[in-house]
Design a protein around this ligand. Sequence first.
Ligand code: NAD
Length: 431
Amino acid sequence: MAILAAERAFIKWKEAPAYFRAEILENVVSLLKQQKEECARIIAKEAAKPIKTARAEVERTIMTYLFAAQEARRIHGETIPLDAAPGGENRVTYTIREPIGVIAAITPFNFPMNLVAHKVGPALAAGNTVVLKPASQTPLSAYKMAELFHEAGLPSGVLNVVTGSGQIVGDVVMKNDRIKMITFTGSPSVGKYIKENAGLKRVTLELGSNSALIIDEKTKIDAIIPRVVTGAFSFQGQVCISIQRIYVHQSLFQSFVEAFVQETEKLKIGDPLDEETDLSAMISKMDVKRAKSWVEEAVANGAKVAYGSQAGARMMKPTILLNVPREEKISCQEAFAPVVHVNSFEQFEDAIDEVNNSDFGLQAGVYTSNLPHAFQAIKQLNVGGVMINDIPTFRVDHMPYGGVKLSGMGREGIKYAIEEMTEVKLVSFKL
Ligand code: NAD
């Protein structure tokens, strides 16, 4: 039903003028601004996201829809000088970008409002219609967005929310020829399954990582510590670009670990609705158990615990491990938990090698005051984004965002998502 409704609605929506699509998105921005706190509380309650982090997500969601509204007004093609090749003379040639049709958007639990916006915003801006399948653990943020779109004047059938088991809904979506594209954000295993079963549908995949940070010699440790702690433990480490691996120059190793532990000790674990809370429950008991067992395995194989490692049924203390062998799961797989490990390096190229020694490649961070090292990192790191003098856990919502290797394919960041969600049509006038 939802797919059929989206297909019917596409006939009119693709003809809607750009200013109209932009105005609907602007209306959503206004409504979100009016209902910020309610939205933040929905996220906090359904995902156990600490309220201050949930508020930040709502602010970002507002920006994401604002960028979508702006981009809706400037989707355009280009003119092409066909006379660059013999036989191309005497033609006026240009491209236009057309919407591709019904898009299935499948989203994860960890940013239940903003990652919906990263799919719905550009899809609607470009004139596509959407069947949205939010994460089973966090459907309420998606329902809230659907409500706001309705209030904003979106014609019915343009955005449809379907909840339920990922496997069941996913299989329906993959088999249905009315769906022209699947835009997926989630785990690498599900992403791979979708890619293998989607046939000729266009697919973009925003998947996981075990993001790394290099701290080069002469870095001023005190200046970076608060940011490193946020990047490692925000939302219990359940962020696709959470810092999971830190490689510190051996001259700074001891002082970095001491300062990192000291700052981490200040984090408050508690109720997500409490204003003071920094970390709350993880998304499932199973995930706590998995992360805990990976930590125990690493310790049994020689890693040292510098802080944390204790876990209850749903909570895990922020955990800092030292000298973790690279083949340990807690290093080479995606932890998606408040666990980070710190290893030392002697030569800068060894640190680059460690970062690249991963099945993933989303973003990496490098603190360095050595310019040649910065350019070496930019050239040699095999990731979708390199953050010089920052942590990998950085995203503003209009930047191109996505990964290489098991971290996915395709880019989001409104303008870039619109490129993925439109078809280029060539027009050639023979004179
Ligand atoms: P998940 O893969 O378990 O679920 C994501 C979505 O896929 C959910 O809606 C789920 O119901 C659905 N799904 C599950 N099985 C499916 C199937 N067989 N077919 C189709 N859909 C199916 O991921 P999660 O636990 O919700 O989220 C965590 C993962 O998402 C982590 O790996 C994280 O790194 C990744 N992530 C990536 C980004 C990014 O932009 N790269 C952003 C956020 C999260």
